[in-house]
Ligand binder design. Structure first.
Ligand SMILES: Nc1ncnc2c1ncn2[C@@H]1O[C@H](COP(=O)(O)OP(=O)(O)OP(=O)(O)O)[C@@H](O)[C@H]1O
Ligand SMILES: [Mg+2]
Length: 277
């Protein structure tokens, strides 16, 4: 994606889209060509579903294309992402991470038992597909998928990409954005995903930042566990399959550390190892 000139004043950009201010309190999110129609439709539909469930978010208002680029119209949120907010307020990072964990737990509860009229995919199905199309050996895939089948389905609203760049700090409080990877499933799987995004996701990965990342992941996890019904054991159970599924489409740094974490989780769960003896 290499655009940045748009029809309206520029607001911000993510990896796959750019936001423009179209006036009257609205923002137009224009997507890059690599984003599928299905992803765009899901993002818009789930944002509406999440809003209806009471999750603090910007629910899509409509769709609008510009010069062949597909777009969604959202209410414009004031403020910045948590990532930018923490950069400006580093001493308040712990407080922000605690609130972020609480919001994630509240989001899981808000969507419980409401599949959004068929809008939401099954998280277990998504993980199964990602493992099956990922780079692990056939033998490891088979055992991992059989293990995944023994885990409970769950019926929480899972975000799938709940990281510092997808929560905004606004005058109305924290708001969750970017629902393109949402599904319905077990909340522990979503919490594990966030823990891994914090530790091994896109962004700087020098050693000081890595220390901060590991600390932040621990803080988020503690806050999440303190405000949800999910246990640390359940997060441990989901870790190997969530991490293995992430191997399919991971474009982030810290790969050796991530692989060590994945391998440890695979061994502990009895699924196997990436490096068979
Ligand atoms: N409703 C909104 N109002 C104002 N700014 C927004 C809004 N939604 C998103 N933004 C800003 O635009 C940036 C990109 O948005 P978003 O995360 O939805 O895009 P993306 O390209 O899908 O992201 P990613 O990099 O996670 O793939 C956000 O980080 C945020 O700064
Ligand atoms: Mg984003």
């Amino acid at each position: 994606m290499n655009y940045s000139t748009g029809p309206y004043p520029f607001i911000a950009r993510g990896a796959s889209a750019e936001l423009f201010d179209i006036g009257e309190g609205r923002a137009l999110k224009l997507f890059g060509d690599s984003v599928s129609d299905e992803m765009i439709a899901r993002e818009a539909e789930v944002s509406i579903h999440a809003g209806a469930c009471g999750v603090p978010t910007a629910a899509a208002i409509g769709q609008q294309a510009w010069e062949g680029r597909r777009g969604i119209i959202y209410p414009r949120l004031e403020g910045s992402t948590l990532m930018d907010w923490i950069r400006r307020n580093p001493m308040r990072a712990g407080w922000a991470l605690d609130r972020m964990g609480e919001i994630q737990a509240a989001m899981h509860r808000a969507g419980e038992g409401r599949a959004g009229g068929g809008t939401l995919r099954s998280l277990k199905q998504v993980l199964t597909t990602d493992i099956a199309y990922g780079p692990a050996s056939d033998a490891l895939q088979r055992v991992a998928i059989a293990y995944l089948e023994t885990l409970p389905d769950g019926d929480a609203l899972t975000h799938g990409d709940f990281h510092l760049g997808n929560v905004m700090m606004t005058p109305q409080g924290m708001m969750v954005i970017d629902w393109s990877k949402a599904a319905t499933g077990h909340p522990a799987a979503d919490a594990v995903r966030s823990e891994m995004l914090m530790r091994f996701g896109i962004g700087p990965s020098d050693w000081v930042t890595n220390l901060w990342r590991d600390w932040a992941a621990g803080r988020l996890r503690k806050s999440y566990l303190g405000s949800s019904e999910v246990t640390a054991q359940e997060m441990d159970q989901w870790r190997p399959v969530v991490a293995l599924a992430w191997l399919r489409a991971r474009d982030a740094g810290r790969t050796p550390a991530f692989i060590r974490c994945l391998d440890k989780a695979l061994r502990r769960s009895g699924i196997g190892s990436l490096r068979p003896a």
